[in-house]
Design a protein around this ligand. Structure first.
Ligand code: PMP
Length: 414
């Protein structure tokens, strides 16, 4: 990200390169979330907008000692180029993490380390999709994935979700309709656990059904799972990849279970796709940073990461409860799901209100959220907003919801 997070949304006049850009650059848009960052991060504003994990409980003192030792002992490796597939040590270290969600048959060689899941989304789209190809995705949809699909001029076709996640019958209907139009469906993109932004989880019963339908039509499933270990009661769901190793590309990240600053995530893919992913990684960045990967390894090898994840779960549960309680108290005119894990509440606002139009007034009232419109590619979503409970303290969350209620009440009066 640039120093000024708003830079991507500023209009540049008299650009001498206007007219020279590739078509894919023309389709790139600043995300509504990025554009919000600058205002939302002012200290007087309670930001319920961003999805930043809270890092105040990381053991930074001990960590810096361990990292110092690692740099002294293995400096030559840390400062050097590495493998395009990722450091073998880290590729081994992710196996027990995935085993917690039932993936027990992956080998280090099946794993590709990427520069954050965001880069993984870019690489898989790069190798699978031509302009005009279709990617099926849940609606609402993760805004970062929408941006990637847009930049590759992919047609994102929405598949409806309900409280149990993607609806298998509607998935099949959508596939049939797209095929009847002669479209090439390349992937089904899904965030099965504690969805961003919808907060819902695909039920256990639906998982094999979704896999079966995708297999029947030879559609690759892209399973994006950054939140799966953040179930508030310690519950986990079987990863789609744990039930099917041929038709699923699995993507997970250290961003939410440790910290996002290292930009380390990983993918597990069937052999042919994995090979292409390594080539794409190489052509894009040569290799993931050894320094970042070794820092993550250093953490995993020297700290009780399971205890840290469990601490995160407790902390986020408390924040979810604070938000849910405040919504009940101050915004009974709205409806929402109570997520079992993750970072987000997807709030339906009263009929007739427009979350996007209301945002400047909310900022004036010193509270920020993301309008539901950011999560659709077709203009839908103004009747919803995404509220994040991950970063602010419970007290700030309550204050933020109280301010939001003031804004909504005033809108209803006018
Ligand atoms: N996928 C989803 C569903 C996410 O919510 C996020 C982060 N907000 C990402 C991918 C990107 O994660 P990373 O930091 O690993 O790039």
């Amino acid at each position: 990200m640039t120093d000024d997070p708003n830079i991507a949304s500023k209009i540049i006049t008299n650009d001498p390169w206007f007219g020279s850009y590739a078509q894919r650059a023309e389709t790139m848009r600043a995300s509504e979330i990025r554009a919000l960052f600058a205002v939302a991060n002012r200290p007087e504003v309670v930001s319920l907008a961003g999805g930043m994990p809270y890092l105040g409980r990381m053991p930074f003192d001990q960590l810096s000692e361990e990292i110092g030792r690692m740099l002294r002992d293995q400096g030559e490796k840390a400062w050097q180029y590495g493998s395009a597939q990722g450091d073998p040590h880290l590729r081994e270290d992710v196996l027990p993490i995935m085993a917690m969600e039932g993936i027990t048959n992956a080998q280090p060689d099946d794993v590709v380390i990427v520069n954050g899941s965001q880069s993984g989304l870019d690489l898989i789209t790069r190798i699978m999709c031509n302009p005009g190809d279709v990617v099926l995705a849940e609606a609402p949809n993760y805004v970062g994935a929408l941006g990637v699909f847009q930049s590759f001029q992919v047609d994102v076709v929405n598949v409806p979700m309900d409280a149990d996640g993607l609806v298998p019958e509607l998935l099949e209907e959508t596939i049939k309709a797209q095929l009847a139009e002669g479209k090439h469906i390349k992937m089904l993109y899904t965030v099965p656990n504690f969805h961003n932004p919808a907060g819902v989880t695909m039920s256990r019963e639906r998982r094999p059904k979704v896999l079966e339908i995708a297999k029947k039509y030879h559609i690759l499933i892209l399973e994006d799972n950054p939140y799966g270990l953040l179930g508030f009661d310690g519950q986990t769901y079987p990863a789609l990849r744990s039930m099917d190793s041929e038709n699923v590309v699995y993507l997970s990240s250290f961003s939410k279970i440790i910290a996002p600053g290292m930009r380390v995530a990983w993918m597990v893919a069937p052999p042919g796709i994995r090979q292409k992913l390594v080539l794409a990684n190489e052509s894009s960045i040569l290799c993931p940073s050894n320094m970042s990967q070794m820092t993550i390894t250093c953490y995993l090898d020297n700290f009780d990461w399971k205890a840290q994840i469990s601490d995160y779960r407790n902390m986020y549960r408390e924040r979810r409860d604070a938000m849910d309680g405040a919504l009940r108290e101050y915004l009974p005119s709205c409806s929402w799901n109570k997520p079992e894990g993750g970072f987000y509440i997807w709030l339906r606002i009263p009929d007739g209100l427009d979350a996007k139009a209301m945002l400047p007034r909310a900022i004036t009232a010193k509270v920020a959220y993301v309008s539901g419109t950011a999560f659709y590619n077709d203009g839908n979503g103004k009747d919803h907003m995404r509220l994040s409970f991950c970063y602010p303290t419970p007290e700030r969350i309550v204050e933020g919801v109280r301010r939001l209620a003031g804004v909504i009440d005033r809108e209803l009066e006018t």
